[in-house]
Design a protein around this ligand. Structure first.
Ligand code: ADP
Ligand code: MG
Length: 685
């Protein structure tokens, strides 16, 4: 730990006042910060004066009212205006001091101890000195109250004004790079006092920006702190929106192969389909066809709830490409999904003459080589596989359309690489999890959006019930009934970490079900199984050789078995709502009634039960996603830290993101007028 305080400054050079600080200047220009701290901060990503000032307090303490020693209570923080007497100091390791004293404010006296202080602190802490202390008294073993390491502010004569650490609302900072909150305050003050009066800001006037920074670090009231933060968040969102708009504009400059839809194609599409497209599917296809024939490369997001028929839309786009003599590629996040897509696309497209290939890690040796040769010579029109498809040197004769099934694994970096490909293919991104609009804007803002907001007719809603563990036997017996009626049942078990646990979890649950529902064929499915076994289990389930499939969340996406009518989720409380909604999308894939039982563990709290009950009452994926975002934050909804959400310094991804839409409209307007959007604070452009 570094010694508390910064009382060992490099003395400022006398004479000329140094030039004012720009928010873009390196940290080292902040008076008294010094190269060692700057190096440590740089390792935390804090490199400029602006970065430093954006490390806002994570909370504030109201130290405005002075307490009295007489009313001090153990465990309760108080601010005291006192005078020291009986100061004693002892030398500690590394030349720092332990200082002990009695603090007296006329109402009483309390013992104070400071540890690990610089000698310069000792010089100030002399008997007779007036100072302000802020701290929480503790009780010593002997039953006395004592202040340990209180925040301390010495007053030079006539210097009572603007104390940094007490007598006011005080910001508390995270201890980044080993720098104590108290030191942060001093350094922030030094930076603010030396700032240039004319910073460039995107959404605020220069004065407003400076006031907002001042108000966020040293607010005069709680309201000022909040208002200042909101202003800074607004600035950040505008800068973010401008970055998204630029990316969008750049994507739109790419030229693309012109692919046209003619009457023959429409006829072929009609013949390929066993059903009528929904209006939403028709709309999406019109939008896609318009992109493909525009001469610019498509960059589009196809968003729709589970079962809204995205795969069909993608399939028809591939048909259009094939008819134009251009190859397509479909990338899925997992092999299971790639196989599922290949199977359903083959059903849709092979009659229409589209030649389809499936490339997974399983294809080896001669068959792999044959497939790659066929691809290179143009004998395969559509290649389905995992992301390895376009990352390894797989040679296409003329690749023109890439569909990425991102599901809920948002691969932003990955997407950027796709768009940079020299041959600028048309790209369609599919996501299954409905994403609240504000989030979609932040994550997919550079893409045009087609929304499938309608389901194929004849689908009944999945009747969903939250069940306690003591109802489990009954749930399993109901599962057996469904199987005897010729239907299929999924039982999903959580396996937080992949590995042996997941194997054990599926096996144990399968045994439990076997005991409750004898005579029903039960299978298991988890990520640890070799691909052949997994495919076999799914095929057996689809064909009815397995009636109940006990699985981990590997069945979450893509698996399409229309006879499945009942889904049981064990320990449902560990899942996010959006994920559960996604899971239950595996049933209700036909006109038969279907059900979902969410079993909550005994130890689950009341709030999990009420959270889960949202699923009993709605099947609106977007609403569910919004609830998830509110209650569990974006990390949960998006699956991981690299969720594609841009890093935000001040704006809150839940609370403030709703304002991004507004910011985007403003940005579009201003860029359209030829204005520049420049921000010294958020470093853009
Ligand atoms: P998603 O990928 O959006 O979850 P899919 O494209 O897999 O949805 O479609 C789900 C199921 O609905 C598939 O069995 C598909 O054949 C069927 N389907 C898609 N569109 C329609 C439609 N317009 N009418 C009837 N069934 C459809
Ligand atoms: Mg699908």
């Amino acid at each position: 730990m570094e010694p508390i305080g910064i009382e060992e400054p490099a003395a400022a050079a006398p004479g000329r006042r140094p030039e004012a600080l720009s928010l873009r200047d390196p940290l080292t220009r902040i008076p008294r910060l010094g190269p060692a701290r700057a190096a440590r901060l740089a390792r935390e990503g804090i490199r400029t004066v602006g970065d430093f000032l954006l490390s806002l307090p994570f909370r504030y303490e109201d130290r405005r009212r002075f307490g009295t020693v007489a009313t001090l209570t153990a465990g309760q923080a108080a601010t005291l205006l006192v005078r020291l007497r009986g100061v004693r100091s002892a030398r500690m390791r590394r030349g720092t001091l332990r200082i002990e004293s009695v603090a007296d404010d006329g109402t009483g006296a309390v013992r104070v101890v400071w540890h690990n202080r610089y000698p310069s602190f000792g010089e100030k802490a002399q008997s007779g000195k007036a100072l302000v202390l802020y701290g929480t008294p503790v009780v010593t073993p002997r039953g006395e109250l004592r202040l340990e390491n209180p925040e301390t502010e010495f007053f030079e004569t006539g210097e009572e004004a603007d104390p940094l650490h007490s007598g006011r609302i005080v910001g508390v900072y995270h201890r980044v790079a080993g720098i104590a909150p108290r030191t942060w305050r001093v350094l922030v003050r030094a930076a603010l006092d030396n700032l240039s009066p004319r910073p460039a800001a995107a959404s605020l006037g220069a004065d407003e920006l400076l006031r907002a920074l001042q108000g966020a670090h040293f607010p005069a009231s709680a309201q000022e702190a909040e208002a200042s933060r909101l202003l800074l968040a607004g600035e950040e969102l505008l800068v973010l929106a401008a970055a998204i708009e630029r990316k969008r504009a750049r994507l739109r400059e790419r030229s693309g192969i012109v692919l046209r839809a003619d009457t023959a194609l429409r006829e072929a599409a009609r013949r390929a389909l066993r059903f009528r497209l929904t209006d939403a599917q028709k709309r999406a296809l019109r939008e896609i066809a318009a992109d493909l024939s525009s001469g610019r490369a498509m960059a589009r997001l196809l968003q729709g709830d589970v079962g809204s028929g995205k795969t069909v839309v993608a399939g028809l786009a591939f048909l259009l490409a094939a008819r134009n003599g251009v190859q397509g590629a479909l990338m899925a996040p997992t092999e299971i999904l790639a196989e599922q897509h290949a199977a359903s696309l083959a059903m849709l497209l092979e009659k229409a003459g589209v030649r389809l290939g499936l490339l997974t890690g399983r294809a080896r040796g001669r068959s792999r080589k044959a497939l790659l040769d066929a691809l290179a010579s143009g004998e395969v029109d559509l290649l389905v596989g995992t992301h390895a498809l376009i990352e390894t040197p797989v040679k296409f004769r003329r690749l023109g359309l890439i569909v990425v099934d991102e599901q809920h694994r948002f691969g932003v970096a990955h997407r950027a690489r796709l768009f940079r490909k020299a041959d600028s293919p048309h790209v369609l991104v599919m996501t299954a999890t409905p994403i609240p609009r504000s989030l979609a804007w932040a994550i997919y803002g550079e893409l045009d959006v087609s929304l499938l907001d309608e389901k194929p007719p004849g689908r009944s809603a999945v009747v969903t019930r939250v069940r306690e563990e003591n109802a489990r036997e009954r749930v399993y017996r109901f599962a057996a009934e469904r199987v005897r009626a010729g239907e299929r049942v999924y039982v999903v078990v959580p396996a937080i970490t992949e590995g042996p646990r997941e194997v054990a979890a599926t096996r144990e649950t399968a045994e439990r079900i076997a005991a409750a529902a004898p005579g029903v064929a039960i299978g298991t499915l988890h990520g640890r199984m070799p691909p052949e076994e997994r495919s076999r289990a799914l095929a057996d389930f689809a064909a009815g050789r397995i009636g109940i499939l006990v699985a981990t969340t590997v069945v979450e996406v893509g698996v399409d078995v229309p006879e499945a009518t009942f889904m049981v989720v064990e320990n449902a409380e560990v899942f996010g709502l959006a994920q559960l909604h996604q899971l239950r999308g595996r049933v209700g894939r036909s006109s038969r009634p279907s059900w979902c039982a969410l079993i909550v563990g005994e130890r689950a709290g009341e709030e999990s039960r009420s959270r889960l009950s949202i699923l009993e009452n709605t099947s609106d994926g977007l609403l569910i996603a919004e609830k998830d975002l509110e209650t569990r934050g974006p990390g949960d909804l998006l699956g991981s830290r690299q969720s594609g959400l841009p890093a935000m310094r001040v704006a809150d991804p839940v609370r403030d993101l709703g304002r991004l839409g507004e910011a985007r409209r403003e940005v579009a307007l201003r860029l359209g007028r030829g204005e520049e959007i420049v921000s010294d604070l958020f470093g853009y452009p």
